[in-house]
Design a protein around this ligand. Structure first.
Ligand code: GLU
Length: 279
């Protein structure tokens, strides 16, 4: 069986040790399998993506000793493909326009409570037309109920996990897309949502194995649903553990984890970094 995997960073910050671990894990798996390694720049969020972060990603990965297929796919250059997929879903009655603002969705929620999975319904045609005429912003949401009907339930939705989920899930895993509610597939500021772009690109790039951190395990459940609705193949998943720092906490952009650029400037070598990660 052919093997293709990818590293798909979002250029919204500098890479840190956690990214290096993920990229190296995927790269090594491709080498061991004699397969392909793809780098994909997930820059659909134009409000947060910056060219200097993308340049730093390429520099960091080269420094780490990785090599990838060219040309590199940049999601921002393929928005029309993603919109075409939303249009297909719309024609099948699987998505609807949701005009609720973040504020409206958050009513009654205390700041410490997680956002509840939203379940809504399309507005009556006349109200929708009025709001559109007023130029109100909306998001395309996937109707969970319509999806469930279209697929006659979700009992056939499973994926193969060769790593492990947060609760040790491994092997054949039953997908539970219902916990996410009516997910947003596109909105005004971010033309397409992460899940949709990922499933389309994984299929288009022939990815057979998705190797990424276990923090994205829940995403696999939603992505499995989208694959079924869009008749796309389901790759094998290999979610890996997250690297933790000396304080026992995972490395994260928002915690200002030391970046690979900083490590390099401090004289750390890629060999030392790999050894530290047990790779
Ligand atoms: N772009 C995502 C991130 O940087 C990763 C997507 C994926 O691996 O599926 O978190």
């Amino acid at each position: 069986m052919s093997f293709a995997t990818r590293f798909a960073p979002s250029p919204t910050g500098y890479l840190h040790r956690g990214h290096a671990f993920s990229a190296l894990t995927a790269f090594r798996a491709a080498q061991e399998a004699g397969g392909r390694f793809v780098l994909r720049i997930e820059d659909i969020d134009a409000t947060r993506s910056r060219p200097e972060y993308e340049a730093a990603i390429l520099e960091d990965l080269t420094w780490l000793g990785l090599d990838w297929e060219r040309p590199v796919r940049r999601q921002s250059q393929h928005l029309t493909d993603y919109h075409a997929a939303i249009e297909t879903l719309r024609e099948r009655g699987l998505v609807y326009r949701c005009f609720k603002t973040r504020k409206e969705l958050d009513i009654g929620r205390a700041p410490h409570e997680p956002a509840v999975a939203y379940r809504g319904a399309p507005l009556p045609k006349s109200e929708e037309a009025e709001r559109l005429a007023r130029g109100e912003a909306f998001a395309w949401r996937l109707s969970f109920d319509a999806a469930e009907k279209a697929l006659c339930g979700f009992s056939d939705l499973s994926f193969v996990e060769q790593g492990a989920g947060p609760d040790g899930e491994t092997g054949e895993v039953q997908a539970r897309p219902e916990t996410a509610g009516d997910i947003v597939l596109a909105r005004k500021d971010v033309g397409v949502a992460y899940h949709l772009a990922v499933v389309l690109d994984d299929a288009l790039q022939g990815i057979t194995h998705v190797i990424r951190g276990v923090d994205l395990f829940e995403a696999a459940h939603i992505q499995r649903l989208l694959q079924a609705l869009l008749h796309l193949p389901t790759p094998v998943y290999r979610h890996h553990r997250l690297l933790v720092g000396p304080d026992g906490r995972r490395y994260a952009k928002r915690d200002k984890a030391q970046t690979l650029q900083e490590l390099r400037a401090a004289g750390v070598t890629p060999q030392a970094l790999r050894a530290e990660m047990g790779l």
